[in-house]
Structures are given as C-alpha cells and as structure tokens.
Design a binder for this molecule. Structure first.
Ligand SMILES: [Zn+2]
Length: 254
C-alpha cells in the first residue's frame, strides 16, 4: 500500500455544507474527519460564492468541493471559482492555490493516454469512440452489492470498487486506442545530435534549481539560466536549418 503525505481531494460532492439537514452532510464530514481532510471552503481565504447554478431554476449552491490534508490547510492562499464565458456547464470550475514547492512525479497508476491526438480526431472518430465506450461498458459487471452498500465505514467492498474502476478505465483506454488517431512521431533532423544533450543538461539544472527552492540568484540560478538559453537556442537553430540538416541526414544514410 502506498503512503501519501499530501492529498488534495475534490469533485462534485452533491452536498452544500450549509444545508445541515441534508442527508449527505454528516457522512461527508465524517469521511473527512477519518481521513484528516479539511474543506477548503471553511478556510479564511475562501472566496467561492457558489459552484453550481441551476440552468433550470437559477438556484445557487456550493456542491463542488476541494479538501486537503491537515498539513496543507495552512498553505491555502486562494480558493475561488472561475467565471468563463466559454464554460457551457452549469458548474463553475473551482481553483485552489497552495503556497508550497512541488515537483511533478510520475503517476504510479498508468492509464497512459498521452499518445492520443484528440485534437486531430474528426466528428466521426468521436462518434465511433462513444459507440465503442457504450458497447464495452455494457459488458462490465457492475458490483451491485458494493454500489448499494450504505455502510460508510465499509472496507469489505474496497476490492470490488477498485476492480470496477480499473475495468471502466480500461474500457475508456481501449476504446480510445481503437478510434482516436495517435500522435505522429516525427523526429526532427539533427535533434538527437544538436538538441538532446543540451536539453538533458537544461532539465538536470532545472531539477536542481527546483530542489534548491527556486533561488533568484547564485550559481544554481545562473547555471539553470545558461543551460536553458543554450537549449532554447539549439532548438531554434535546428528548426531553422531543417532543410540543410535533413539533406545531411539523407546524405549520410547513402
Ligand atoms: Zn460495503
């Protein structure tokens, strides 16, 4: 079992904490207490007016929540919603800012869909994808007993829910792989020779700089700046000279 120190948990909880008579407020609060989670909406920095407005009757409520573990609660610097004209949902996205230094790690659960080129898919691709998802989801057994279980302390159904989750994720992935175009892997001429070594140096010093707390001066800062600008310059040079480099590569192959 993996151990996590910092957890941000969020989503549509269908529960407005102000409605204390609502059936779900108690169990949700109970869940948070048991897992040392705190509602961001309770923080002094909270500026979420509401997260949901019904298109049907205009009623407002705050039912979308983010929760963080105790050790992050004091680090909350901003908690707001975004009003975006392009957002056609009746929910507003909730944004949480935390004052902390982070590093991107690799996702331990690999549901890798990074090679899918959604931006290149046609309406037909999307339609095929939807059909495929529907067809495959029908074949997945719903763990009825687990879904209907009302015991909030239950540990008995954890395996069944986890299995169900994996099957649904697999349906999404397999369907996408069969219907959505893949990213083209087109390597640029001269990239491996001229860019890659500088890219690696730049990534290395960037990691070092992050680990040192992102200093604004000093030698780590200087090395990060220098390696980054060399990397950028190499990319520009290789892109500008593609014709020449491609010809060179073709020449060497013969
Ligand atoms: Zn259960």
């Amino acid at each position: 079992m993996m151990k996590f120190e910092h957890v941000v948990f969020g989503g549509d909880m269908n529960t407005d904490l102000d409605r204390s008579h609502s059936l779900h407020v108690g169990p949700l609060q109970d869940f948070c207490v048991r897992h040392s989670l705190k509602f961001c909406v309770m923080h002094p920095q909270n500026e979420v007016p509401y997260s949901y407005m019904s298109d049907w009757n205009g009623a407002h409520s705050t039912i979308d929540h983010m929760m963080v573990t105790d050790n992050m609660y004091e680090l909350i610097s901003k908690y707001v919603t975004k009003d975006d004209a392009d957002n056609f949902s009746d929910h507003n996205p909730v944004l949480l800012s935390l004052d902390m230094i982070t590093q991107l790690g690799r996702n331990p659960i690999s549901h890798d869909t990074s090679r899918l080129a959604w931006h290149r898919s046609s309406d037909h691709n999307i339609m095929m994808y939807q059909q495929e998802v529907k067809r495959r989801l029908c074949l997945v057994d719903v763990p009825v007993e687990a879904v209907e279980c009302n015991d909030f302390q239950c540990t008995q159904h954890a395996a069944a829910i986890s299995e169900y989750y994996n099957q649904v994720m697999n349906v999404i992935q397999t369907s996408a792989k069969e219907t959505i175009p893949m990213r083209k892997k087109k390597s640029k001429a001269g990239w491996n020779e001229h860019v890659e070594p500088l890219r690696e140096k730049s990534l290395f010093w960037n990691t070092m700089w992050v680990q040192c707390g992102r200093p604004r001066q000093g030698w780590v800062h200087r090395l990060r700046t220098i390696t980054k600008s060399r990397y950028k310059r190499a990319v520009r040079w290789v892109l500008r000279n593609q014709d020449k480099l491609a010809a060179e590569r073709a020449w060497q192959k013969n």
